[in-house]
Every structure is written in structure tokens, then in C-alpha cells.
Ligand binder design. Structure first.
Ligand code: FAD
Ligand code: FES
Ligand code: FES
Length: 1359
């Protein structure tokens, strides 16, 4: 582990937020993010995925070009950018835009005022992605914008954040905040915010926005740095070096100096984004940065085509291709460049494309079989590459390049040449040929940031043959890739077959049959049949306009495809349109309907979330932002990859252990109990003992000097397992049943059956529901600091510090008063930072206690995804009885819940399931629910645990009945909605009064406000007119039972009259602090002093501290905000009562009393100015029901299985909202998270139960391009609930269930598709009753629409 100090020949110079940094000793593998977070005060850039997939780490990188005397600014992901590569550059982080001391930037303020930041963990990255777009728009020649706006367009503002993930907000408010800067924005289109009130004029609106003055430029590149840009850098030590060769000769000599076989590991690097995919753990000895070699960074066009140097970034290549396609005569060949550029724009995200090189992409495709888009597209247009090896260089076609053995580390790709059309085809553009060129990719996110299931680029030259009056294919080139082969392929057989043929349905059908034989994914590729079907779809789509009967074309000439064979002038016009801002916006204007109520002012005001601007400016402190104390160590977990095995020992791969690894901690080091978490249902061990009982179980905790070293060590650990003579693990719920492996459900939590279940059952069916991962942006994290006298302080990002507190005490074997757990804010929880955060805090505490040094962890995303457990998978079998009019009379359910290895909160699942399942009047309801103990990782609560699954089951039953009876599904829903009487029968004790039951009125109101009837008619028309797109619409109700829990609070008034508030609830982004602040201001203002107008400013909610406020409980179940508010109200009431005598005395003396005077006087009179309370809800009313409904309309693409959510309308009853802005954020955010569950997120395991979707590459949460295009939300104010906290109701979880409407609408659209398929194939009618899995991903949807629907269609035409 010993390492020699590097001898430095030179050093890196750069600036961060205008501050100069000089670095001489750094390992070349250090990323910019690591440096920023551990060597500078700027912690705004966050680590969330570490693989380029989320945008939390985005910063602005600025480079100075001394020749042009201009600064180039662009966003990059700092988690992949290597520090050594930014020599001479300037970095701007969100702190550099503005801060609390010098004033926030309008971006920060508008994010806050548009309610665009909840947990805030994504916000700094969002701000920087947007800032980069803003800066670059200002550099354009567009007309000067009016004051307050920028030159940016709305469509660009939306796209600026397309690569950034947010798990909280649902994106709509973020888009609004960004759009508010766009010169072409219609102020009417901007959503709910705290700047203006409904009805304000545009002038008032504009003047209320925090002013953006586009002339006040932030200096992104400090003057002093302009003199310090040195082209060459050599960071050298005996051990490793970073080299910036400036010529090919220098590069050759550097590569030549590396002797083969001497063990020196060389890494050629450009943008280093490849690391995001391959995540190499070993480091290299020699790094060679290619970007200073002029030949590699040029772009040149001549008659033969365009030559692009290998280090040119994808962004620059797009710019150049666009530029060429614009300039001069707009030929069809130039259209090819434009389409290539369009396709490239879907690669990754802007902040990756800005540093990712073309050459890097192709080398990854050639050497590492990366599923590249560029490789496929360039293959189709007959590109060539230039390769240098030693002193030799050669030109190869891409096909030859891919056929070659994998490129060795000394071979360099110099350039790529995209041939011009004439060169490819050999036919002059003057001939009567028409060039057809299209590129395709089918991916879960339409705008990119997702690898495709398959990509394709298809090119053909066609002409109209007068004699045969048909269209002849003169030549063609088809490439398919990314579908699970090593390299993209040319479909030579298809090309050969089609060349010279006259296009017809029959010919196309034959070509498609050939494609089927060619595009065959390798074994082990996911969804192989789906991928193959995409190739067929794309070939069909490419030619279909030429072969399908066109009603508008009567003469049978080429006019039949005139839309495709547009004249050059037409293309030019389209192109100009695109260039002049006609790019469609992603989102349509949305409506937010909110009724404000001033009865309890400032409660009820839509004030911005407390601390939102601070979150945007990157100054909000999360656990990992707390500076490391002296001697701090870092830990990483070693987890099991086996479901059940004896653990014989742990070794590290020889020679690979990084420096600084200091300790390995396992169950043997535990002084107290082996306990990692606890709930009322039991405990879970911290570490596996001699046996591991699930894949993902913690085996040990490795501690090192840095997080990187700890992670590397954990990665290199080799666990010695022994499975000899052991029982087989239980890896399915069926096996759990066979072996009677269940968790006991306490009788009090056993839901009661409803009604007399003695009616006939008509149907039986079963459904399987998969798991879901939390994907909080901040991964699990903790910092433990040993204190005097065997005490320990633990900073934890956790939803239940109280439980972590006692877990740590038991594990360490020390009394609870020796432990203190502090939590300020959590970067997203969604249930995953409740029980699952406890072992993380406990392991740090254990290590710190043992080593007597501070120990912290910031878990990497992969480990987090593997250990998290997530939502419970289930298997549900049901039988349902119903009348011929659709009224359901009885339902029986058998539910097997996969709870994993430990109880966690799983025994509560039957209760939760039933809470949401009873939303319909099933007549009678019986069930058998088993909570199965399996050798899977422990499943835990995830936002709406059990309720979301129950909602799916309810809708599946309803749809099944409707389908069986051939009835309209919405009428079956209406028929089975509860009357108040049936509601009371089903929800004994929580139904409240008849007036509380708002669902029927919501139902009708929504049907009318969303124009359900008219749209249903329009959809029918649409579906009749469109063969390959089908639409569906669905209205769905929800009933969600919640329950209040006892909650503590404490309010202290300080001598200057400011107020410190402590609550049991944790701020997770849900706005709990904001509501609590409002409540404190409201309740204290009842003392009626003067000068209390801006009282909110006086109140601060402070971090949770388990020794200061005990019995904090869990922040979960949607009700912690309101119970925390109530606890604070009780405290304030006590204080007001104590202060009243003093106030009255003062009032008598002075007439009016200032708040400050009152407090000074009370202090001098020894009034106790601190009050605590423990709010215990009244048993009779602690449970209540929440209601809402949603209508969603979707469009399904039958060729790809893509589902687009065209519109969602929601009405949700918040009672009398405590803060409508916060509640709106909860509703929209929950709904979008629900879309993830129902449509996108696949959380899968291998056969041993080990999670395999372990990062942003495979786990796809919603992004701005997958949310409803139009998203209307109305918060119903039904404020008459006397038993609720100031008449309010919960909003955190119930709206998530509404996303089932998207799933149901998709099913409706698929039904249409199947109906059509039926007409082509004679599919049997029973096929119209089908199951739509959750999540309904593209392969799932396409599968149901028909993997061979194209063939079926063509066959139907042929017959
Ligand atoms: C989040 C994310 C999403 C992505 N999505 C897509 C996508 O949808 N479609 C797609 O096509 N691509 C995608 N990519 C891949 C991306 O295009 C590549 O990572 C990028 O182009 C590589 O360029 P680089 O300069 O960063 O290469 P580096 O990471 O610097 O290098 C990559 C590899 O190539 C070698 N290398 C680089 N240049 C040369 C050269 N000139 N000669 C010899 N060897 C060289 C390096 O040694 C290294 O082994 C994605 C990447 C990320 C991070
Ligand atoms: S942390 Fe860098 S992109 Fe996710
Ligand atoms: S606010 Fe975006 S992730 Fe929490």
C-alpha cells in the first residue's frame, strides 16, 4: 500500500468560480467532481449516479481560445470529467452564479418561486444545465430580448434539462422556471408560482419575476486565466503520468516508449465519458489526452464528404453537420448530414455530448462492443475511418474497422469521413434519382439519455420508372445496431434483394422476411424478439409510404410518396423552420387550479419551500456536504452475491488493493448486538454472520482513507462462499408457500374480510407485480464522529432517526444517552431512507467506535441499488363475481407478497393493500394474504407501499369484468363506485361523515373538466383513421386510507424574538418544514402583537436531533407534516397562554405591544419561553380517507411499443391545504413517480436474487420527455374537516396511485391495436382480454400489439 510521492514536472492551473487553483499532486484518475467536493468549498455539484446518467454533478466548463479571443462555455458532467483534462479551463458551479451572501441568481430565485425544488438534490445540476443553455443562447445573433428575458427559446429551455433527473417534482415546475427566461414565452403558459396571483396582467407578472438582466453577464472565464493557458502539460511521477501531446509525432513517440509486456498500463483519453459505461476500477500508469493534437480536432468538408477528427465532440459534430446542411444549395445529400445530426442529438444528454468524442464512441463500439448510435448511422452512409498504429496509418471502411480484431491500446483512431451522397452512390445528384434517408432508434426516453433497444439507418435511391409506372430501388444501404450483437451490421442480403426491384407490398414483405433472418440478437440479450421486430418496423416505416395505397394519390405515380421525396426547396423550407425556432415544445401549457384560503394565514398560503433558493445555489448542506473532520475515514459495504451460503472468508484480489485501506469490519467486531435496523416487527442483523441469507446482504464494511479507495476495495473483495450441504434458498413466493416460510402478521394488522362471501365466482386470473427502486437522488449516507466518554454523534440521511438511535446503541452496547443522531435534510427518501438507512448509520457508528476516528460513507449508486430491496413484488390470484350489468358482487384475492429475508415493515402490507383495494364496492371481499419470507433482499416501504399494488389489482379486476362483458370499462368503474353507505361498510372507522366523501363529486367534475366524453369520441375517430398509432383514455378513482401517529414538537422563542422550532418529522423535500413554519407563525400570531406581519421570517425549523427531541418516530405515511404541524400548534398555544398575562399588562401600559418588546419583558419576568408537546391523535379519528381521480390519454406506437402520455388531468382533495404550492408539488411529483412504476422502471434480479438493474443505464425513471405532454391538476378545497389539522388532508402518497390511469389508458389503446390485428389475422376474440404487465415498457406494449403486426398487415394486403 505504500506509495512514493510524485515528482512534479508541471502543474494544473484552472479556476473554480473565479478562484485560482493550482494542483501539482493528484492521481490522474481523479474526477473534477471528486476534486470540487473534497478540495474546494463548493459542494453544489452533487454525486448521484457517477455514470453520466443523472445530471446532478453538472457544472459549466469554459475554455478560452486565444486565437479567436473567445470563450467557449458548455455544461459537462463533473463525475466523468478528469481533473487533469481541465488545465487552463474555468469551472462555474451553481455557487458561482449567486449565493445567500451576495444575492441569489434569478435562476435560483425562479426555481424557488416556481416551486421547482423539493429535496433539492437535483437542483444545482438542473440550474447549471439551464445556465449553460442561457449563456449560449446569449451568444447567438438573435434579436435582443426584452429586459427580464434571454435569447433562449421555450423549446430550448425545456430541452436544456432533458438529461437531468429529478425524482421529486415531476418536472413541470422546473420546466416553467426555465421557460420563464425564454424570450418567446407566453406568460399565460407559466404555471403556479409564488410571484404573482391569478388574474395579474402580463406586465405585473413580468415585473414580479426576479429580474434577469441579460446584459449582466456572469464572468465565466476570469481574465487572469487567459494568460495561463498552456497547451502542454505533463504531470509526472514515478508511478503515473498525464500527458498532453501536441502533435502526432509526439503521440507516436509517447506510445512507442511504452514497452510491450513491461506491465505499464496506458489509457488514451478524450472526454472520459466511456468510464460512465465501463466503470473500470483499476487505474492506469500513463494517461494520454488526445485533445491537443490539431489533426484530431479538425472538421473539414470537401467534395468527397466531411472529415471529422476523432476528438471532435458529438456536440461540435452536430453543430458542423447542421452548418453544412444549411449552407449554400440544399441538396438531398446535405439532408443526410442534417438527419445524422438529428440522430446524434439523441445520444446521451447535452452535458455528455459536450465532452464525448466521436472517436471515443467508435472505439468503444469496435473494442468494447458498445451499442453505439454513431456506428450504426455512419455505417449506413458508407463512412471510413483513419487508424494509426505506430508510424503506419490506414483508411478503412467502417465495415472493415468492425471486422478487425479489437483495437489494441496503441492504435489511434485519427478521423472519420462521412462520404457525400454522390460518393456513396456514384450517381450524380442531377439524375432523376431521389434519395431517401432516415435514422431510427427505439429507446425508453424519446429525447435520448437511454440506450436504444435497436437503432437503424436506412438509405435508398429510388426513381420513378415511367414504363412500369412504379418505383424502382436503384441502390440501398441498411444498417442495424445496438440490438445485442457485437457490432452494427449492414443488411447486405436485404440490400441485394431490393436493389433493382420495383417496390410493392410483396417485395417489401419478402425484404422483411429477410430482415427477420438477419437481425438476430445474441443469446442472453433482453427482449430479443422485440428487438428483432423493431428492425422490421423500421424497414416497413421507411418504405411504407411508397407501397401503401395512398388515398390522395390517384395517378399511381411517385406522388404516392411525394411527402417523402420532397423537393430540395421544400426541405430547405423545413430546415429553415427548424432553425428559426419552430421546434415543437415538449409540454403544452398546463392548468393548475388552486383555491387559496386565508382563514389561518399564513397557513394556506402557497409560499415557496423553505430553503429552496439555498438548495438551488448549492449551499444547502446534506450529510455528504458536511466537511470531513480531521482523520476521517470512509467506508464501503461488501455485500453477498449469493442468496444462501456459508461465508468462509474475505480476500482481496492480489496486487490490486488501493492505498489507504485500513480496516475490515464484520459481525465479529460488534461489541453489542448484531443489529442493523429495527421496526416494531423485529430486527435485521447488520452483517451476515457465518451465513449469508440473501444476495445484497451486508457481509463486511471496508474502511479506507477516501471514499474512492473504500469503494475500490469493496469492489475487489472476493468472498469465499460454501454452499455445501445447505438447503436450497427460497427464491420465489411459490417456494415460500411450499416450505411455509412466512412472516407473521399481528392480529391487530390483519384486515377484516368484508361482507358475506358466498356468491358464485365467474373468473379466475392472476397477476404478477414486480419490484421498484426508490431512486432518491442522494444515495444512502452517514457520518459518525466519536465523542468523549464513549459517546457518538451520527449525521444520517434518514427518515426515522429515533430508530437509528436505538439501533446504534444496541449494536455498540452503549446506553441510548451516549448516542445522538442528527438529520437536517434528506435528498429524497420515498421510504428508502427509513429502515434501509439504519444499517448505513449503524455501520459508520460501529467503525467509528471501534477505530476511534470519524467514519463516513456516501454509498455508490450500484451498491445502493443492490441493497435497497425496494417495493414488494407480489403474485395475485383473484376470482370475481359480477352481474351482467357490470356490478361486481364478490371478489376473492389470494396474494403472495415477497418480503425478502427480514420482516422490516412487511407485516403491515396486508393492511395497506386492503386500505386502497376497497376503493370499489366489491359487494363482498375476502382474501388470503401471505407475507412470504424468501432469500431475496429485504423489501421495505416505498411511497404508497401496498396501496399502489392494490390500485393496480382493483383496476385489473374492473377491466377484466368489462372485457368479459364487452362493456365500456369506465361505466363498469362508475357502477362500482361506493355510495357513502357501502364506503362506511368497507372502511369501518375511517369513512368519516357523508360530507367528507367527495369522490363522487370529484368523479363527475373531472369527467366534465377533462372533457372525457368529447375526447373519447375524438379518440374513436383517431383510431379509425390511424393504423400505426392508437389512443386510449381512462378515468380512474382512488381512495387511500392514512393514519396519524403521535409526534413531538418543541418551540423556543429566543431573546431577539426569533423562533426555533423542532419537530419529529424530517424534511425530505415534501415541504414539511415550510408547513411547520407556517403553522408556528399562525399559532403564535394569535397573541396579536404589533409587528408580526412578516413573522414567517422569524421562524426557523432546525435539524432533528434525537437527544434534543425524543420519540420522533417515522417520517412516513403522508401524515407527518400535518401531525408535526399539530404538535407545533400545541407548543405555540402553550407559549401564547404563558405570554398572554405579560402581553395584557404591557397593553394596559402602552396601548400596543411589539412582539420584540413582549419577549424581552417575558424574559425579564422569567416566563418559560420554550414549550414542548407530544401530539397524540384521537383514536377515533386518527384514520381517514383521501380521494382523487385522474383521466389520462395516451398514444401507443404500434410499430415500436412506445407510449406517449398526451394528457393527464387530476382532481385531488387536499381538504383545506396547509400550503397549496407544496401540495401541488406532492401531487405532480407522486403522479410522475407512479408513471415510473406503471410504465418504465424495471428492477430485476438474476437467478440468485442479485439485482441486475444497478444504475442509470438500465433503470429508467421518468424524465421531462416521458411525463404527460399536458398535465392539469386541480386541488379541491373541501375544507370542512373538523377532525383534521386545520381541515387539511394528506398529499404525499395517495396521488401516486392516480398514475394507474396511464396504465389503464395504455391498455385501452392496446385493445384497439389488438382489435385491428384481429381484423388482419383472424386472432380469436378472447385475445381481447389480456394482461398488461407492470411496468408496461416498450417491449411489453409491442408484444401485446403484435410482434409480427407488420407482417400480418402486409399479408392482409397481399391476400
Ligand atoms: C450517460 C451516457 C449515455 C450515452 N448514451 C449513448 C447513446 O445513446 N448512444 C451512443 O452511441 N453513445 C452513447 N454514449 C457513449 C458516448 O458517446 C461515448 O461515451 C463517448 O462518445 C466516448 O467519447 P469520449 O471522448 O468520452 O471517450 P473516452 O471515454 O475518453 O474514451 C473511450 C475509450 O476509447 C478510447 N479512445 C478514445 N478516443 C480514441 C482514439 N481517438 N483512438 C483510440 N482510442 C480512443 C479510450 O482509450 C477509451 O478506451 C453514452 C455515454 C454516456 C456517458
Ligand atoms: S452524478 Fe454525474 S451524471 Fe450523475
Ligand atoms: S427535487 Fe429533484 S430530486 Fe428532489
Amino acid at each position: 500500500m505504500e506509495q512514493s510521492e510524485p515528482t512534479v514536472n508541471d502543474c494544473l492551473v484552472f479556476s473554480v468560480n473565479g478562484e485560482r487553483f493550482e494542483v501539482s499532486t493528484i492521481h490522474p484518475s481523479t474526477t473534477l467532481l471528486e476534486f470540487l467536493r473534497s478540495h474546494t468549498p463548493f459542494k453544489g455539484a452533487k454525486l448521484s449516479c457517477g455514470e453520466g446518467g443523472c445530471g446532478a454533478c453538472v457544472v459549466l466548463l469554459s475554455k478560452y481560445d486565444p486565437v479567436l479571443d473567445q470563450v467557449d462555455d458548455f455544461a459537462v458532467s463533473s463525475c466523468l470529467t478528469l481533473l487533469c483534462s481541465i488545465n487552463g479551463c474555468s469551472i462555474t458551479t451553481t455557487e458561482g452564479l449567486g449565493n445567500i451572501k451576495n444575492g441569489f441568481h434569478p435562476i435560483h430565485e425562479r426555481f424557488s418561486g416556481f416551486h421547482a425544488s423539493q429535496c433539492g438534490f437535483c437542483t444545482p445540476g438542473m440550474c447549471m444545465s439551464f445556465f449553460s443553455a442561457l449563456v449560449n443562447a446569449q451568444k447567438t445573433q438573435r434579436p435582443e430580448p426584452p429586459l427580464g428575458f434571454s435569447k433562449l427559446k421555450v423549446s430550448e429551455a425545456e430541452r436544456a434539462i432533458a438529461g437531468n433527473l429529478c425524482r421529486c417534482t415531476g418536472y413541470r415546475p422546473i420546466a416553467d422556471a426555465c421557460k420563464s427566461f425564454a424570450a418567446d414565452v407566453d406568460m399565460e403558459d407559466l404555471g403556479f408560482n409564488s410571484f404573482w396571483r391569478k388574474g395579474d396582467s402580463n406586465e405585473v407578472k413580468i415585473s414580479s419575476l426576479p429580474l434577469y438582466n441579460h446584459n449582466d453577464k456572469i464572468c465565466t472565464f476570469p481574465e487572469f486565466l487567459k494568460n495561463e493557458t498552456r497547451p502542454s502539460l505533463l504531470l509526472d511521477s514515478r508511478r503515473y503520468s498525464w500527458n498532453n501531446p501536441v502533435s502526432l509525432e509526439e503521440l507516436q513517440s509517447l506510445l512507442g516508449s511504452v514497452e510491450d509486456g513491461n506491465g505499464t498500463r496506458v489509457k488514451v483519453v478524450v472526454g472520459n465519458t466511456g468510464m460512465g459505461y465501463y466503470k473500470e476500477v483499476e487505474s492506469y500508469d500513463k494517461y494520454i489526452d488526445l485533445r491537443y493534437i490539431p489533426e484530431l480536432s479538425m472538421i473539414r468538408r470537401d467534395n468527397n464528404g466531411i472529415k471529422i477528427g476523432a476528438t471532435v465532440t458529438i456536440s461540435k459534430a452536430i453543430e458542423a453537420l447542421r452548418e453544412y446542411s444549411k449552407g449554400g444549395l440544399y441538396s438531398e445529400g446535405d439532408m443526410v448530414y442534417k438527419k445524422i445530426a438529428d440522430h446524434m442529438e439523441k445520444i446521451a444528454s447535452g452535458f455528455i455530448r459536450n465532452s464525448a468524442s466521436l472517436g471515443g464512441n467508435l472505439v468503444m463500439a469496435q473494442r468494447n462492443h458498445f451499442p453505439s448510435d454513431i456506428a450504426t448511422v455512419l455505417l449506413a452512409v458508407g463512412s471510413t475511418v483513419n487508424i494509426m498504429n505506430g508510424l503506419k496509418s490506414e483508411e478503412l471502411t467502417l465495415e472493415e474497422f468492425f471486422r478487425r480484431p479489437e483495437l489494441d491500446s496503441k492504435s489511434i483512431l485519427l478521423s472519420v469521413k462521412i462520404l457525400s451522397w454522390d460518393q456513396i452512390t456514384g450517381i450524380s445528384s442531377g439524375a432523376k434519382m431521389k434519395l431517401l434517408f432516415e435514422t431510427y432508434r427505439a429507446a425508453p426516453r424519446p429525447l435520448g439519455n437511454a440506450l436504444p433497444y435497436l437503432n437503424a439507418a436506412l438509405m435508398a435511391e429510388v426513381f420513378h420508372c415511367k414504363t412500369s409506372n412504379g418505383i424502382i430501388i436503384s441502390s440501398c444501404q441498411f444498417a442495424f445496431g445496438a440490438y445485442g450483437t457485437k457490432h452494427p451490421i449492414r443488411a447486405a442480403k436485404v440490400e441485394e434483394f431490393l436493389t433493382g426491384k420495383m417496390l410493392s407490398v410483396g417485395v417489401l414483405y419478402e425484404a422483411i422476411k429477410l430482415v427477420r433472418g438477419i437481425v438476430v440478437p445474441d443469446d442472453g440479450t433482453s427482449s430479443p424478439a422485440y428487438r428483432a421486430s423493431l428492425a422490421v418496423s423500421f424497414l416497413f416505416e421507411f418504405f411504407s409510404h411508397l407501397v401503401e395505397p395512398n388515398p390522395e394519390s390517384h395517378d399511381g405515380s411517385v406522388d404516392g410518396y411525394s411527402t417523402l421525396l420532397v423537393k430540395a426547396s421544400e426541405l430547405k423550407r423545413i430546415s429553415n423552420q427548424l432553425d428559426h425556432g419552430k421546434i415543437p415544445t415538449l409540454l403544452s401549457p398546463a392548468k393548475q387550479v388552486v383555491e387559496l384560503n386565508r382563514q389561518y394565514h399564513p397557513v394556506g398560503e402557497p409560499i415557496a419551500k423553505s430553503g429552496a433558493a439555498l438548495q438551488a445555489s448549492g449551499e444547502a448542506v446534506y450529510v455528504d456536504d458536511i466537511p470531513s473532520p480531521m482523520n476521517c475515514l470512509h467506508g464501503a459495504f461488501i455485500y453477498s452475491t449469493k442468496p444462501y451460503a456459508r461465508v468462509k472468508g474475505i480476500k482481496f484480489k492480489p496486487k490490486s488493493l488501493p492505498d489507504g485501506v485500513s480496516s475490515l469490519i464484520s459481525f465479529k467486531d460488534i461489541p453489542g448486538e448484531n443489529i442493523g435496523s429495527k421496526t416494531i416487527f423485529g430486527i435485521e442483523p447488520l452483517f451476515a454472520d457465518d451465513f449469508t441469507r440473501c444476495a445484497g446482504q451486508y457481509i463486511a464494511f471496508v474502511v479506507a482513507d477516501t471514499q474512492k479507495h473504500a469503494d475500490m476495495a469493496a469492489n475487489l473483495a472476493v468472498v469465499d462462499y460454501d454452499v455445501g450441504n445447505l438447503e436450497l434458498p427460497i427464491l420465489s413466493v411459490e417456494e415460500a408457500v411450499r416450505r411455509s416460510s412466512f412472516f407473521e402478521v399481528p392480529s391487530i394488522l390483519n384486515p377484516k374480510k368484508v361482507g358475506d362471501f358466498s356468491r358464485g365466482m365467474a373468473e379466475a386470473d392472476h397477476k404478477i407485480l414486480s419490484a421498484e427502486y426508490y431512486f432518491y437522488m442522494e444515495t444512502q449516507t452517514a457520518l459518525a464522529i466519536p465523542d468523549e466518554d464513549n459517546c457518538i454523534v451520527v449525521y444520517s440521511s434518514i427518515q426515522c432517526p429515533e430508530y437509528a438511535h436505538s439501533t446504534i446503541s444496541r449494536c455498540l452496547g452503549i446506553p441510548e444517552h451516549n448516542v445522538r443522531v442528527i438529520t437536517r435534510r434528506v435528498g429524497g427518501g420515498f421510504g428508502g431512507k427509513a429502515i434501509r438507512a439504519m444499517p448505513v448509520a449503524t455501520a459508520c457508528a460501529l467503525a467509528a467506535y471501534k477505530l476511534r476516528r470519524p467514519v463516513r460513507i456516501y454509498m455508490n449508486r450500484k451498491t445502493d441499488m443492490i441493497i435497497a430491496g425496494g417495493r414488494h413484488p407480489m403474485k395475485i390470484t383473484y376470482s370475481v363475481g359480477f352481474k351482467s350489468d357490470g356490478k361486481i358482487t364478490a371478489l376473492h384475492l389470494d396474494i403472495l407478497i415477497n418480503a425478502g429475508i427480514a420482516a422490516d415493515i412487511s407485516p403491515i402490507m396486508p393492511h395497506n393493500l386492503l386500505g386502497a383495494l376497497k376503493k370499489y364496492d366489491w359487494g363482498a371481499l375476502s382474501f388470503d394474504i401471505k407475507v412470504c419470507k424468501t432469500n431475496h433482499s429485504t423489501k421495505s416501504a416505498m411511497r404508497a407501499p401496498g396501496e399502489v399494488q392494490a390500485t393496480f389489482i382493483s383496476e385489473a379486476v374492473i377491466e377484466h369484468v368489462a372485457s368479459t362483458l364487452s362493456m365500456d370499462v369506465d361505466s363498469v368503474r362508475s357502477k362500482n363506485l361506493h355510495t357513502f353507505n357501502s364506503l362506511k361498510f368497507f372502511y369501518e372507522g375511517s369513512a368519516g361523515e357523508p360530507v367528507d366523501y367527495t369522490l363522487p363529486s370529484i368523479w363527475d367534475k373531472l369527467a366534465s373538466s377533462s372533457r372525457l366524453k368529447q375526447r373519447t369520441e375524438m379518440i374513436k375517430q383517431f383510431n379509425m383513421c390511424n393504423k400505426w398509432q392508437k389512443r386510449g383514455i381512462s378515468q380512474v378513482p382512488i381512495v387511500h386510507e392514512v393514519s396519524l401517529r403521535p409526534t413531538p414538537g418543541k418551540v423556543s422563542i429566543l431573546s431577539d424574538g426569533s423562533v426555533a422550532v423542532e419537530v419529529g418529522g424530517i424534511e425530505l423535500g415534501q415541504g414539511l418544514w415550510t408547513k411547520v413554519k407556517q403553522m408556528a407563525a399562525f399559532a403564535l400570531s394569535s397573541i396579536q402583537c404589533d409587528g408580526m406581519g412578516d413573522f414567517l421570517e422569524k421562524v426557523r425549523v432546525i435539524q432533528s436531533d434525537t437527544l434534543s427531541l425524543i420519540q420522533g418516530g417515522f417520517t412516513a405515511g403522508s401524515t407527518t407534516s400535518e401531525s408535526s404541524c399539530e404538535a407545533i400548534r400545541l407548543c405555540c398555544n402553550i407559549l401564547v397562554e404563558r405570554l398572554t398575562p405579560t402581553k395584557e399588562r404591557l397593553q394596559e401600559q402602552m396601548g400596543s405591544v411589539e412582539w420584540g418588546t413582549l419577549i424581552l419583558q417575558a424574559q425579564s419576568q422569567a416566563v418559560n419561553l420554550s414549550a414542548s408537546s407530544y401530539y397524540v391523535p384521537d383514536f377515533s379519528s386518527m384514520k381517514y380517507l383521501n380521494y382523487g381521480a385522474a383521466v389520462s390519454e395516451v398514444e401507443v406506437n404500434l410499430l415500436t411499443g412506445e407510449t406517449t402520455i398526451l394528457q393527464s388531468d387530476i382532481i385531488y382533495d387536499c381538504g383545506q391545504s396547509l400550503n397549496p404550492a407544496v401540495d401541488l408539488g406532492q401531487i405532480e411529483g407522486a403522479f410522475v413517480q407512479g408513471i415510473g412504476f406503471f410504465m418504465l422502471e424495471e428492477y430485476t434480479t438474476n437467478s440468485e436474487g442479485l439485482v441486475v438493474t444497478e444504475g442509470t443505464w438500465t433503470y429508467k425513471i421518468p424524465t421531462i420527455d416521458t411525463i404527460p405532454k399536458q398535465f392539469n391538476v386541480e386541488i379541491l378545497n373541501s375544507g370542512h374537516h373538523t377532525k383534521r389539522v386545520l381541515s387539511s388532508k394528506a398529499s404525499g402518497e395517495p396521488p401516486l396511485l392516480l398514475a394507474v390511469s396511464v396504465h389503464c389508458a395504455t391498455r385501452a389503446a392496446i385493445r384497439e391495436a389488438r382489435q385491428q390485428l384481429l381484423s388482419w389475422t383472424g386472432l380469436c376474440k378472447s385475445d381481447l382480454t389480456f394482461q398488461l404487465e407492470v411496468p408496461a415498457t416498450m417491449p411489453v406494449v409491442k408484444n401485446l400489439c403484435g410482434l409480427e403486426n407488420v407482417e400480418s398487415y402486409l399479408q392482409s394486403l397481399l391476400s
